[in-house]
Design a protein around this ligand. Structure first.
Ligand code: SF4
Ligand code: SF4
Length: 387
């Protein structure tokens, strides 16, 4: 028995079965979100038909580079991950918290928490992304200050994982032990099997809800050969990782080298644009803003994604605590790979590679960590105070 288990927990779906799966989700009131091609990239958006998926497209990714390329086959999930992650839907970039209206009978306040939450089914969730959702759950669902809007969206979310059939140029999930195979945290998990004219999906059941949905869809039992083919795909993906990160003692390494000269070197390249935090599927920081309209009758409070790369993020008592790019990059990377363990018991990085691909100057977190490791201890005690 390989990592794909044995019958009856694995089934086979063809393309018609995949469409039936989407239809069944829609029939149960879900908005199905999956990968689509838009504006030269693969992004996540509403999917109604199998034809909406990016058939025959793949992505070429390197530090600071993302390009769509056509594939020779009709694979629907033959790419890695794009700039979007599922946090866009569970923890939206902008969200109204409350609206206040002044009328003849006084002031009326409407809380957004009272509104019904959308019911999402996510199609095509990668293993690293499932780990990222679990990390956000720790912060926004199971932490000391749960986020009501996140909890409502997360509670009803139906997750269909897709095991990766190829690694992206900036992926390093194997180093972070977060992929490329999804092992838990899904309702159903698909592995795309494409051989000649045969296009089918091995389906693993991950929850009673997944079993219930699949029960109403035409499928057949998977054979040992199907499971072996799926295992071979995942093994091949594991061997193709574009990057690796040595996580051995990384918490102590980063926390023990706050004055390493590499922080100065990376600061000379970093634009402090915050792209890395926007695309990171685990970053969760927000700020709040209050707005009123020109008539003075309507006001609202909105929550927006924030970034530790902005000056305002660490503004205290008339100044920014992290006033330099050096201190802001160091804060971001040390939080991701080190102090996240102190706060949440896990790494804050799942190895998806987005921050490397979407950094406009191609700064690579795996290279930065390796550079500090190569000369650990350099600069210790040489600098006092300042940032
Ligand atoms: S590391 Fe890259 S993406 Fe992140 S703030 Fe600096 S320039 Fe922007
Ligand atoms: S730090 Fe970079 S590689 Fe790690 S999870 Fe965030 S975006 Fe992905």
């Amino acid at each position: 028995m390989n990592q794909f288990g044995a019958s009856p927990s694995t089934k086979l779906l063809d393309l018609g079965g995949l469409q039936a799966l989407i239809d069944a989700l829609v029939g149960r009131g879900f908005e199905v979100i999956g990968p689509v091609v838009r504006d030269g990239a693969i992004v996540y958006d509403t999917v109604a038909r199998v034809a909406d998926l990016p058939a025959g497209w793949t992505d070429q990714q390197e530090a600071g580079q993302y390009r769509l390329q056509s594939r020779r086959d009709g694979a629907l999930f033959g790419f890695a991950v794009g700039a979007h992650s599922w946090k866009r839907f569970l923890h939206p970039p902008v969200k109204t918290l409350w609206t206040m209206r002044r009328g003849e009978e006084g002031v009326e306040i409407t809380s957004a928490a009272a509104a019904p939450a959308p019911k999402f089914a996510f199609l095509g969730v990668r293993a690293c992304e499932i780990h990222a959702i679990a990390i956000q759950d720790r912060v926004l669902l199971n932490g000391p200050y749960p986020d009501t809007a996140y909890a409502m969206r997360r509670e009803d979310a139906f997750i269909i994982a897709v095991n990766c059939g190829q690694a992206g140029g900036t992926c390093f999930c194997v180093s972070m032990q977060t992929g490329p195979k999804a092992n838990s945290g899904f309702d159903l998990a698909l592995t795309e099997l494409l051989e000649g004219d045969s296009h089918r999906f091995l389906v693993e059941l991950g929850s009673p809800a997944g079993a219930d949905l699949l029960g109403g869809i035409p499928s057949r039992e998977a054979s040992d050969a199907d499971r072996a083919a799926a295992a071979a795909i995942v093994a091949r993906t594991s061997s193709q990782m574009g990057r690796s990160l040595n996580t051995n003692g990384i918490k102590e390494l980063l926390q023990g080298n706050p004055e390493h000269p590499r922080w100065d070197e990376v600061a000379r390249r970093c634009l402090t644009c915050g792209n890395c935090t926007m695309v990171c599927p685990t970053c969760f920081c927000t700020t709040v803003e209050d707005h009123s309209d020109l008539t003075g009758t309507v006001a609202e409070r909105v929550s927006k994604w924030d970034s530790c790369f902005t000056m305002d993020f660490s503004y205290l008592h008339g100044g920014s605590v992290r006033s330099t790019g050096r201190s802001r990059y160091r804060q971001w990377m040390t939080h991701k790979l080190a102090s996240w363990f102190d706060q949440f018991g896990t790494s804050g990085c799942v190895g998806c590679g987005r921050c490397i691909t979407w950094c406009p100057v191609g700064i690579d977190i795996t290279q930065e960590a390796a550079a500090i490791r190569a000369t650990a201890g350099a600069g210790k005690g040489e600098r006092h105070g300042g940032s």
